[in-house]
Design a protein around this ligand. Structure first.
Ligand SMILES: Nc1nc2c(c(=O)[nH]1)N[C@H]1C(S)=C(S)[C@@H](COP(=O)(O)OP(=O)(O)OC[C@H]3O[C@@H](n4cnc5c(=O)[nH]c(N)nc54)[C@H](O)[C@@H]3O)O[C@H]1N2
Ligand SMILES: Nc1nc2c(c(=O)[nH]1)N[C@H]1C(S)=C(S)[C@@H](COP(=O)(O)OP(=O)(O)OC[C@H]3O[C@@H](n4cnc5c(=O)[nH]c(N)nc54)[C@H](O)[C@@H]3O)O[C@H]1N2
Ligand SMILES: [Mo]
Length: 766
């Protein structure tokens, strides 16, 4: 089909207007109707044609020379050789066949976690899984790095976490009804730039501003001042990282002792308050009374402020929000459970403007809009392999095949992964303790990575397939919770030898004898049209008329109305808990869970429990490290683009340091510093600022990992926080990543400054 195309494209961080010179993309401008566009799209042209773009299929030289069983050389350090597409696909087809015949499909791990790019057709993970399901299946992963503790824990307490964020109270309701918003982890505006699948209209900044204009008072409880927009007049309380559970317990203690809690609400809508009250008063298993003085000692927030805040929360219509970042930490289940407990004690859950939101600001749609109808998606087909891996256990799995572990109350066993295939994610960005992951990645026989760019993950592969980027294929955008449908024509051809992943799998399936099982006789463009027709069918049932494919692809984005603009979370449950019980064993909010207590897990007992972060400062260093999401990119994506690079300091990722901590170490603004602990080291560029709590460093996540493996521990020259994080999980209940719980120290870097090599291709053998 030859269509006159729209200039639009979609991405997880916003729509854009694409400019080309006829063959290459030269600029991506903000979507004009977006009320709060960001600048991430500015990275695209530079990144697409940079030195780091993968040009041709490549194979690790020692793997090619000695074969997969020799395990020769070192992944992540070895040189590559370029091969033809035919040779690369022959090698992969041969490996799929060899591994499934000799070891079975449960030895193929293709969890392939990651965000890849927007678009319904070319979703990287779905295409890989669809292909492997036509070949007998694979081991998948379960959960995500974003809010895994919530995904696993919340069903025990209140019900599905995913549904709870869809059902969260609208900001327009907060504007009209709330008096106070207490935001644990803040409401970082930079994070609301992003929503998985796309967010065309960034509505949260204006929505929060409207609340402030209406007189709602905001309290930012976070180690970072800028976690609340500067335009919103707010109070800043900066607790020690990882201490929120204790702080909330101190607040709860004041409510209880001063009789400010709501016994009628607790009796009708919850179970387990007796255990909570006993624990607050010092009659729980830890024998500690959670007094304001005790909470002050844990959190660093003075007792007087804790008492005053508890009284204010009880006297006002109060919304409590918790950032997802709080649960990406040691025992990350606990602040979630304690948030529900605290909100239940206030008794405002289900009232307009009261209650709680867990994961507020985790994406750009929460509390603003929901999708009226579903969209067509590429079906992944049936996976005959039932084995799965909790997503953050990748190193454990590779280092301990066959070993037992527990997850969600069940006993599980790691599979024996001999092939690892990643498409659309960057484990050497997203996983913790990257030196350990590097070791773990030496164990498989074959590693395949499909990538746009020479990321650290691609460098750890045996076979690297260069793939087309979102702007180089025909697709359409329709985020899971975005209310906008966006045409995504191909604005330029994939440069060099990069190909559509769809075509790669079709050719592989052909080699393995079942091309049609993958393609069902369609080209990728025919799939785009077919999925659009499925979407049109859904829309019709919801009373919305969408245009035909060609009209859509040549036109503007289409916005769809919000199905429930007056949404109040748990209003139905509050109105009639017998008719609308929660999907928990008791049908109520479970402040104590018999089920979880029955698992007998010391790291996640049956009620919200104070468990201090695990890193020992004597061993790792006195400072805390937070590694939040970056304003200038999505995770590690487009770090090689101009906007992301414009924030680097002497080519290093910026790290925020409080003036007191900097002065004590002789560090000046703009210095290159070395962050170090017993696990690892990295360089970064010092930004001295009072926006961060004393004793706490803040390093944006996502700088491309640039290890110098000739040093031990390897020196990351660029500033990736996961060179310093531990990869223990939150708890044995949810096995979630805990990247925000790190101790370390920092010093001025006095040595010769090594060049950052992450943006250059790896070495090639000729
Ligand atoms: N220290 C620390 N670590 C963290 C976090 C933190 O807060 N602190 N946050 C965590 C969180 S919340 C998340 S969600 C993860 C994110 O982890 P990831 O989602 O793995 O990170 P991305 O950088 O988005 O990686 C996506 C990769 O897909 C590639 N890609 C894009 N489009 C395509 C495509 O169409 N096909 C293919 N094959 N590839 C494509 C990009 O080039 C990029 O390398 O990181 C986690 N890691
Ligand atoms: N621009 C941009 N936006 C993004 C992303 C991106 O890469 N770029 N990534 C997206 C993704 S995948 C996700 S999951 C979300 C993540 O959304 P969040 O999980 O909300 O993001 P974080 O930045 O990890 O954490 C938010 C804030 O919590 C604070 N915080 C950390 N630890 C503690 C603590 O112990 N106590 C308290 N009180 N505060 C703490 C930090 O100061 C941090 O700024 O963001 C999304 N939005
Ligand atoms: Mo995430």
């Amino acid at each position: 089909m030859d269509i006159k195309r729209s200039a639009l494209t979609s991405s997880h961080w916003g729509a854009g207007i694409v400019e080309t010179d006829g063959s290459r993309i030269t600029a991506v401008h903000p979507y004009p109707a977006d009320p709060a566009p960001n600048r991430i799209n500015e990275n695209i042209p530079g990144a697409l044609y940079s030195d780091s773009r993968i040009r041709r299929p490549a194979v690790r030289a020692s793997w090619l020379e000695h074969g997969p069983l020799a395990k020769a050389g070192t992944r992540g350090r070895d040189p590559f050789v370029n091969v033809s597409w035919d040779q690369a696909l022959d090698l992969i087809a041969g490996e799929v066949q060899r591994i499934r015949e000799n070891h079975g499909n449960a030895s193929i791990f293709a969890g392939s976690y990651g965000w890849s790019s927007a678009g319904r057709v070319h979703h990287a993970q779905s295409l890989l899984k669809r292909f492997l399901n036509t070949q007998g299946g694979f081991v998948r992963s379960e959960g995500n790095y974003s809010y895994n503790a919530a995904l696993v824990l919340m069903p025990y307490i209140s019900g599905s976490y995913r549904l709870s964020i869809i059902d969260s109270t609208r900001w327009s309701v907060v504007e009209r009804h709330s008096e106070l918003v207490v935001a644990f982890g803040g409401l970082a505006e930079r994070n609301t730039a992003v929503c998985d699948g796309g967010v065309t209209f960034h509505r949260i900044p204006d929505a929060v501003q409207a609340c402030a204009d209406a007189g709602v008072r905001f309290i930012n409880v976070s180690p970072l001042r800028t976690d609340m927009s500067a335009r919103v007049q707010s109070q800043w309380l900066a607790p020690k990282p990882g201490s929120d559970t204790a702080l909330m317990m101190g607040l709860a203690y004041v409510l209880l002792e001063e009789g400010l809690h709501d016994p009628a609400f607790l009796a009708r809508y919850t179970v387990g308050f007796e255990q909570v009250a006993a624990s607050l008063r010092g009659h729980g298993p830890d024998r500690i009374a959670k007094t304001p003085d005790w909470a002050a000692a844990q959190s660093g927030i003075p007792a007087g402020q804790i008492i005053a805040l508890a009284r204010e929360m009880a006297s006002k219509r109060t919304m409590i929000t918790v950032a997802a970042g709080l649960q990406r930490a040691d025992f990350g289940e606990q602040p979630l459970w304690m948030c529900v407990t605290l909100a239940a004690m206030l008794g405002q859950i289900g009232l307009p403007g009261g209650g709680y939101v867990i994961g507020a600001a985790v994406n750009g749609n929460i509390g603003t809009k929901e999708r009226l109808f579903g969209t067509g998606t590429m079906r992944q087909l049936h996976n005959p392999v039932s084995t799965f891996l909790p997503v953050a256990m990748i190193s454990e799995m590779l280092l301990h095949p066959g070993e037992d572990y527990t997850y969600d109350g069940a006993k599980m066993q790691f599979p024996d992964a001999r092939m690892v295939w990643w498409a659309g994610g960057n484990p050497f960005h997203h996983h913790q303790d990257l030196a350990r992951l590097h070791t773990a990645f030496q164990t498989p026989e074959t590693v395949i990575v499909n990538e746009i760019s020479w990321t650290a993950a691609a460098r750890h592969a045996d076979i690297v397939l260069p793939v087309a980027a979102a702007q180089e294929r025909v697709d359409f955008g329709a985020g899971k919770s975005d209310d906008t449908l966006v045409p995504m024509p191909a604005h330029a051809s994939p440069p060099f030898e990069a190909r559509l992943e769809y075509d790669i799998y079709a050719d592989l399936a052909e080699r393995l004898g079942n091309r049609d099982a993958f393609t069902e006789g369609r080209t990728a463009e025919q799939w785009a049209e077919a999925l659009w027709e499925v979407t049109r069918g859904f829309s019709k049932r919801a009373g919305v008329d969408l245009p035909d494919f060609e009209t859509f692809m040549t036109g503007d984005a289409i916005a769809v109305p919000d199905p429930s603009p007056e949404q109040v979370y748990l209003a139905d449950f509050r109105a009639d808990p017998d008719a609308n019980p929660l999907p928990t064993p008791s049908g109520r909010l479970e402040l104590f869970s018999e089920t979880i207590a029955g698992y007998g897990l010391p790291d996640c007992p049956g009620q919200a429990t104070w468990l201090p972060p695990r890193d020992d400062p004597a061993e790792q260093g006195p400072l805390f490290l937070i590694s939040g999401q970056p304003k200038t990119r999505l995770h590690s994506q487009l770090d090689d683009g101009a906007y992301s690079r414009s924030y680097k300091i002497k080519d290093r990722e910026p790290v925020l340091i409080h003036p007191r901590d900097a002065a004590a170490r002789g560090i000046a603004d703009g210095d290159v510093v070395e962050l170090h602990n017993a696990r690892g080291r990295c360089l970064a560029g010092a930004v001295i600022t009072e926006d961060v709590r004393p004793g706490c460093l803040f390093l944006w996540t996502g700088a491309w990992y640039d290890p110098d493996f000739s040093q031990s521990p390897p020196l990351d020259r660029h500033g990736n926080p996961n060179s310093l994080t531990h990869d223990r999980r939150t708890s044995s209940l949810s096995q979630s990543p805990a990247s925000h719980s790190v101790r370390l120290d920092v010093r001025k870097w006095d040595g010769a400054l090594p060049a950052v090599e992450a943006f250059s291709p790896p070495p090639f053998k000729r």
